[in-house]
Design a protein around this ligand. Structure first.
Ligand code: MRU
Length: 363
C-alpha cells in the first residue's frame, strides 16, 4: 500500500539477494524504520519480538528465514535446524508452520547446492500469493460493505480489532482489505478501531494505516464496542484470524471473543477475513489451539510519545502487581456470521469451508 504516495510492502528481498528487509512494526506509528535481516536467527527474533507480526506476514518472514538459514548451511542438517528454530518463534499463528512446511517440502528433495535458489524463489512465491489472495478476499468482502451501504444509505460503520491490515500481511491485509476496496469503490465508510491492549496494535498500526489511506476512523478503548453496538453505531464487524479450525472456530487477538459476543447479542454481523493459509485443517476444536502467553511487561507497561516528542515506556501498575498476558482467544464458530476468503464467503462451519476448499475433504 502507499505511504505518502510511495508503494510499500512489509517484507522484500534486497537487490543483493542476501538481505531481507522488513518494516519494524515495534516503532510505528512514531517512527518508520526499515530493519535488514541477514541470518535466520535475526528472522526468528524479528518474529518473536514482533518486528513483524500478523499471521500471513509471520508466514512470509518464516519462509525468508529458511532462505537466510540456507545461506549459511544448505545441508540436510542445516535445513532441519533452521526449520525447527523458526516454527518455535511464535506458537499460535498457523501460517508459520504452514510456510515452513511448504519450504521444507520443496527443498528437502533437492541436492544441497540447488536449495538456495529454490528457497529464494519459493519465499518470493509465498509473498506474491499472499498479496494475490488478500486482494481477492478484499473483493469478496467489499460485497458485504456495499450491501450495508445500499441498505442504510449512509456511511457504513465497521468495527475491527487488532491489526489485520496490510502490515499484518505482505500487502492488502485481511480484515482491512475489504475496507481498502470499499474506499477505492467510493463507498463512504467509517472504522471503529479497537486499541487492542496490551500491545495496542489497533492504536499503533490500524489507526496508522487508515490515517495514511485517508479513511475516516476513530480509535476506541477496547471496552467501547459493546456500547456502540447497542447504540446502533456498528453495522458490521470484520476481524482477522491467526488460526481457523476446519470447523470454523477462530483464534484471533485477545478480546475478539468479547466483540463477537456483543455482536451476537445486538444482531451485528461478525465476519472474519482470512487467506486459506490461515486454516488449520488438522484441528476441529478451537480450544485445542495453543494460546501464546506473552511477557507480563506488555500489560504492566505502555509505550507512547511524550509531549516533547520522545518515545517512552511507562509503568501503569504498582511495583508489586503481577500480570497475566494470554495473547489470543478463540471465538466459537456459532458466533461468526461468515468467513471471507479468497474463494468467496462461506459459513463458519466444516460444511461451509468444504464448499470453498473441497479438496480438503479428501485428506
Ligand atoms: O500478535 P499479532 O499482532 O501477531 O496478532 C495479529 C492478530 O491477531 C490480528 O488480529 C490478525 O487478525 C491476524 S493476522 C491478519
Amino acid at each position: 500500500m502507499n505511504i505518502n504516495g510511495k508503494p510499500w510492502r512489509t517484507i522484500w528481498l534486497e537487490p543483493d539477494s542476501r538481505t531481507v528487509s522488513i518494516i519494524d512494526q515495534t516503532q510505528l506509528p512514531h517512527h518508520f524504520e526499515i530493519v535488514r535481516l541477514t541470518t535466520a536467527d535475526e528472522a526468528v527474533l524479528a518474529i518473536r519480538n514482533m518486528l513483524v507480526r500478523g499471521a500471513p506476514l509471520i508466514g512470509a518472514a518464516a519462509a525468508y528465514g529458511v532462505f537466510l538459514g540456507l545461506l549459511a548451511d544448505s545441508s540436510d542438517a542445516g535445513l532441519g535446524a533452521v526449520c525447527a528454530k523458526l516454527v518455535q518463534a511464535r506458537p499460535t499463528a498457523i501460517n508459520l508452520r504452514w510456510a515452513v512446511e511448504r519450504m521444507k517440502t520443496v527443498l528437502a528433495p533437492l541436492p544441497p547446492q540447488e536449495r538456495l535458489d529454490a528457497a529464494r524463489e519459493e519465499a518470493a512465491m509465498i509473498c506474491e500469493e499472499d498479496v494475490r489472495l488478500n486482494e481477492a478476499l478484499g473483493k469478496h468482502g467489499l460485497r458485504l460493505i456495499e450491501e450495508q451501504y445500499q441498505r442504510k444509505g449512509r456511511p457504513v460503520n465497521i468495527l475491527t480489532h487488532c491489526n489485520a491490515g496490510w502490515l499484518a500481511t505482505v500487502d492488502w491485509g485481511t480484515a482491512l482489505a475489504p475496507i481498502f476496496k470499499a474506499q477505492q469503490a467510493g463507498i463512504p465508510l467509517h472504522v471503529w478501531v479497537d486499541e487492542t491492549r496490551p500491545r495496542n496494535q489497533g492504536a499503533h498500526l490500524t489507526a496508522w494505516e487508515l490515517a495514511a489511506a485517508g479513511i475516516d476512523h476513530h480509535l476506541i478503548a477496547d471496552n467501547s464496542g459493546g456500547h456502540l453496538m447497542r447504540q446502533g453505531q456498528v453495522d458490521l464487524c470484520i476481524v482477522g484470524t491467526d488460526r481457523t479450525t476446519a470447523c470454523g472456530d477462530v483464534c484471533n487477538k485477545i478480546g475478539t471473543y468479547l466483540k463477537a459476543l456483543a455482536a451476537a447479542d445486538n444482531g451485528v454481523p461478525f465476519y472474519v477475513a482470512l487467506p486459506g493459509s490461515t486454516i488449520d485443517w488438522t484441528l476441529e476444536d478451537g480450544l485445542a489451539i495453543p494460546i501464546e502467553e506473552r511477557a507480563e511487561e506488555e500489560v504492566l507497561w505502555v509505550t507512547g510519545l511524550t509531549e516533547d516528542g520522545q518515545v517512552r515506556r511507562v509503568r501503569i501498575a504498582p511495583e508489586q502487581t503481577r500480570a497475566a498476558n494470554p495473547a489470543f482467544d478463540v471465538t466459537p464458530a456459532r458466533l461468526v456470521t461468515g468467513l471471507i476468503t479468497e474463494r468467496g464467503i462461506c459459513a463458519a462451519s466444516k460444511e461451509g469451508l468444504l464448499t470453498l476448499f473441497p479438496s480438503q475433504s479428501l485428506g
